[in-house]
Design a protein around this ligand. Structure first.
Ligand code: URP
Ligand code: ZN
Ligand code: ZN
Ligand code: ZN
Length: 483
């Protein structure tokens, strides 16, 4: 069975042109004029783009005494509904747990996925077992390792551990990821705020000002530079962190920043809402910021100093959030967005002229496929690429509402936002999963995407590191060994 997507305009990260797309065996078989196939999908008036890749999700993740509510079933169904055809989730060993053991847990959950997926591995503690197993993890096709500089007492790693881990990641040809917030300062500020009676959700925002993120980002960049490893800064939320990334890139360092759709469009005023539930539902780390920071993130996407837009989808129900009544540090951190990232970014990015359609494709799909070394299998409209595609109708409109979403939680942080630009069809490896808002996808259809280590950036970095490595000065008459 073959499928033709007919009459649309193909939009990739670097080109827009009119052509049909022929799909056979889940892959793109041909691109051109007048193609024929068994099934025809009408793309007239639409853009045919690589499906979105969300590089940052937490599906059914054990966190802060509970589990995030969307699992691989509801989470990937929500993804497809919004035009996202792949997610990269974080395998999260609890401190002391082996990496391969954590992977087994994630494999048990991900079998329910409706779309393809890959994993990052979190390094939540340090020891010989972690060092050894990182090699096995890379051999399984997981080449990106996340480090939490926050969540003191649970997931946080210290600088010495991070440096050791970064060196190991560099040697294995992987990418280091960081959640950049100064966890020691956040812990102190939180304790002081609680003692002073700031117990509500707004206390969460007060405890994590932009400075703590900026400092940690600078520190992570320095440590990555010393270790000779490329660095990806997740959920870059503010100018302080963006400035550090911008400067590092201007100095030739291989550093990428990832703003979230939430930080681009929702601001800190959400935490001052008199309704406790409203504010708590929006508690996440880093917190939402003010307009100056939001403008900085948009500018970063426009200028290329920030690379990918993610969701950090980590959804908790209102009941789960309420465990933090009377103590904001107990509110499970996280918000949803998988179904909304593409339409909201299109509406507020392309719809306002802040992004071109090609830039939209770059930041929602192609850039991450390149950074994570799975391009052009993913993130491309090319012959041979997986037919993970979205036929995007720029005229279709809706108002975002929890009442009609795929996510299993009881609210939506984008509630009431009007979007213009929605999938007419979403295809996962050639299978139509969504037709004009109607989801007809298959649990278990998703496949794990293994990734190769040592992409070109890593090879370049290690060549440079080797070339500039410290070497002893050989002096006549002075033995190098000091004897
Ligand atoms: O608040 C957040 N971001 N929750 C998910 C875990 C993380 O820090 O990414
Ligand atoms: Zn994080
Ligand atoms: Zn996260
Ligand atoms: Zn199927």
């Amino acid at each position: 069975m073959s499928t033709v997507i007919r009459g649309g305009t193909i939009v990739t990260a670097d080109l827009s042109y009119k052509a049909d797309v022929l799909i056979e065996g889940g892959r793109i078989a041909a691109i051109g004029e007048g193609l024929v196939g068994d099934t025809v999908l009408d793309a007239s008036g639409c853009y045919v783009m690589p499906g979105g890749i969300d590089p940052h999700t937490h599906l059914e993740m054990p966190f802060m005494g509970t589990y995030s509510a969307d699992d691989f079933e509801s989470g990937t169904r929500a993804a497809l509904a919004g035009g996202t055809t792949m997610v990269v989730d974080f395998a999260l060993p609890s401190p002391g747990q082996g990496l391969m053991d954590a992977l087994k847990m994630w494999d048990n959950k991900s079998g329910r996925a409706h779309c393809d997926y890959s994993y990052h591995m979190a390094v939540t503690w340090w020891g010989e077992q972690v060092f050894d197993e990182m090699d096995e993890v890379v051999k399984r096709g997981i080449t990106s390792f996340k480090h939490f500089m926050a969540y003191k007492g649970s997931l946080m790693v210290n600088d010495d551990e991070m440096f050791a881990s970064f060196r190991r990641v560099g040697d294995l040809g992987g990418v280091a990821l960081v959640h950049a917030e100064n966890g020691d300062v956040v812990a102190e500020l939180s304790a002081r705020l609680l003692a002073e009676g700031n117990t509500g959700p707004e206390g969460h925002a007060f405890s994590r000002p932009p400075q703590v993120e900026g400092e940690a980002t600078n520190r992570a960049i320095m440590i990555a530079d010393m270790a000779g490893v490329p660095l990806y800064v997740v959920h870059t939320s503010c100018e302080d962190s963006h400035e550090a990334i911008r400067r590092a890139r201007a100095h030739g360092k291989r550093v990428w920043g990832e703003p979230l759709i939430q930080h681009l469009v929702l601001d800190e005023s959400e935490y001052f809402n008199p309704d406790w539930d409203h504010a708590a539902r929006r508690v996440m780390s880093p917190p939402f910021r003010n307009k100056l920071h939001q403008d900085s993130l948009w500018a970063g996407l426009q200028s290329g100093s920030l690379s990918c837009v993610a969701t950090d989808h980590c959804a908790f129900t209102t009941t789960q959030k309420r465990t933090g009544i009377g103590d904001f540090t107990k509110i499970p951190n996280g918000t949803g967005g998988l179904e909304d990232r593409m339409p909201v970014l299109w509406t507020q990015g392309v719809g306002t002229g802040r992004l071109t359609p090609n830039e939209f494709v770059a930041v929602t799909s192609t850039n991450i496929a390149k950074i994570l070394n799975m391009y052009p299998k993913k993130g491309a409209v090319l012959v041979g690429s997986d037919a993970d595609l979205v036929v995007w109708d720029p005229e279709a409109e809706k108002t975002i509402s929890a009442g009609t979403q795929q996510s299993s939680i009881d609210y939506n942080v984008f509630e009431g936002i009007r979007v213009k630009g929605l999938p007419r069809f979403t295809l996962t490896r050639g299978v139509v999963a969504v037709t004009e808002g109607k989801v007809d996808s298959h649990e278990g259809h998703g496949e794990f995407v293994a990734r190769e280590p040592r992409p070109a950036v890593n090879r370049a970095l290690s060549a440079w590191k080797e070339l500039t490595a410290p070497r002893p000065v050989l002096r006549a008459g002075i033995p190098a060994s000091g004897v």
